[in-house]
Design a protein around this ligand. Structure first.
Ligand code: ATP
Ligand code: MG
Length: 423
């Protein structure tokens, strides 16, 4: 006879020890699975698996605390069609003050369900770290309250602690990533702004030096063209000279505009009206090119303060670039909307987004960094000056806004402009 058979006390202890080792193994597996860089979906999946291994549950829900409103928001429910029950249950528990009590205690709590009366018990697992409350897990179990052991609850508490730590790390990592992106954006904005500012200083002086002699040449050519006895060849040459002088004048005017792109006539305006008027001006070209326009304009946007003529110029530039990118036709989608708070970068004020998205040729990754540079063009010589986007960049910057581009070669491009609503 073995010792354990002889002594039931030893037997009991051995079983308890085995049980404990098994639980420890389960925990260590959980840690391994959850420790790798995880997203919320992955954390939730692993957490659910472990919860289901520990206790019989019918419905589970994960609520996280919204950073801005500090309210509990339902992130996941399993099964997914039980979302509304979970939300309702939490609302009722908030009403009777139970949630606040559980969060303050920072311990799992067993309570009767208010939605599934007399049928189910709820286990509330607060997800907290030393610093803050991250959320809460709601578990609906068919097991009677009296049959749920302290061991069950302790294990669930450890699982929640682990889950909270990983969630906290994931949130920190996501915030860090956002801040890094915002720093990178700010850095490239500064580089671009400095590049344009130095171009502006250089060009404004040079432009006047070019325009004066150009005017003299142009007026002399015009004078010579009035001679009725000109040989046809000479007349032809003079026409060419006149045409090319006009082209130089056009480029120089564009450059001047670019270097003095300060906003002039500031008025309160509806951004949708500016978009519509720009579209009306480009309508003829759009018809010719079999381009379909899709508009998603938010009609509840606040007014912006801006130079309407200049803003309209920017929109026309973006529309005509989109037309050029879709020689075989395509779709141009124009959207205006308020940027939701959750999409804003840290420290940003309210913004209005105006987006132009085409299904054109797209921009290659190597050209992406150059499109806002003055004179950068991929169009044939004489077809484009490469000043459109540089000018747009300056105008939007002078409105306190930003313009950025995203593109996939062969698929299309998306230009987004963000205006602040408060200055
Ligand atoms: N929607 C777009 N789709 C594809 N490429 C684009 C688009 N918008 C701009 N680009 C690229 O950026 C370049 C610069 O555009 P920008 O408007 O500054 O000058 P441009 O159109 O070439 O000439 P212009 O000064 O006459 O407008 C274009 O030549 C093109 O390569
Ligand atoms: Mg252009």
């Amino acid at each position: 006879m073995s010792e354990s058979e002889l002594n039931p006390e030893v037997n009991k202890k051995q079983n308890a020890l085995l049980d404990f080792i098994e639980k420890m193994e389960q925990m260590s597996k959980f840690q391994e699975k959850i420790d790798a860089p995880a997203d919320i979906d992955q954390i939730w999946r692993v957490f659910l698996e472990e919860v289901e291994n520990s206790i019989d549950v019918d419905i589970c829900a994960l609520f996280t605390v919204d950073e801005h409103t500090q309210e509990f928001v339902l992130k996941k429910a399993s099964p997914a069609d039980k979302e509304s029950i979970c939300s309702k249950e939490l609302d009722l528990q908030i009403e009777i003050g139970m949630l606040a009590w559980v969060i303050n205690r920072r311990q799992p709590a067993l309570i009767p369900s208010l939605t599934e009366k007399n049928e189910k018990t709820i286990i509330m697992l607060p997800l907290t770290t030393v610093k803050r409350t991250l959320g809460l897990t709601l578990l609906f179990t068919p097991i009677k309250e009296s049959l749920i052991t302290q061991e069950n609850l302790k294990l669930l508490a450890i699982l929640s602690k682990e889950c909270s730590l990983v969630l906290e790390n994931t949130f920190l990592y996501e915030n860090l990533k956002k801040e890094h992106e915002s720093l990178q954006k700010a850095q490239s904005e500064i580089i671009q702004a400095e590049k344009l500012a130095s171009m502006g200083r250089l060009t404004s002086g040079a432009c006047h030096e070019i325009l004066n002699p150009l005017n003299i040449i142009s007026s002399h050519v015009q004078f010579m063209q009035t001679d009725e006895n000109l040989k046809p060849d000479v007349s032809n040459y003079l026409n060419i000279m006149q045409l090319q002088s006009n082209r130089i004048a056009g480029i120089v005017q564009g450059l001047l505009q670019f270097s003095h792109s300060g906003v002039k006539d500031l008025v309160k305006a509806k951004i949708n009206d500016v978009v519509e008027s720009a579209l009306a001006q480009a309508k003829y070209e759009l018809k010719m090119d079999k381009i379909q326009i899709v508009k998603h304009l938010d009609h509840n946007l606040p007014l912006i303060t801006g130079d309407v003529a200049n803003l309209s110029k920017v929109f026309i530039i973006l529309v005509s670039n989109a037309i050029d990118a879709m020689p075989e036709g395509g779709t141009l989608t124009i959207l205006t909307k308020m940027v939701s708070e959750k999409d804003m970068l840290p420290g940003e004020s309210t913004r209005i987004q105006v987006m132009f998205e085409d299904t054109g040729c797209g921009i290659s990754p190597e050209n992406m960094g150059k499109i806002f540079d003055p004179f950068f063009t991929t169009k044939e010589a004489g077809a484009g000056t490469g000043l459109g986007l540089a000018l747009s960049y300056g105008i939007i910057r002078d409105h306190g806004g930003i313009i950025n581009a995203e593109s996939k070669t062969g698929k299309g491009s998306k230009f987004s402009i963000y205006f602040p609503t408060k200055k």
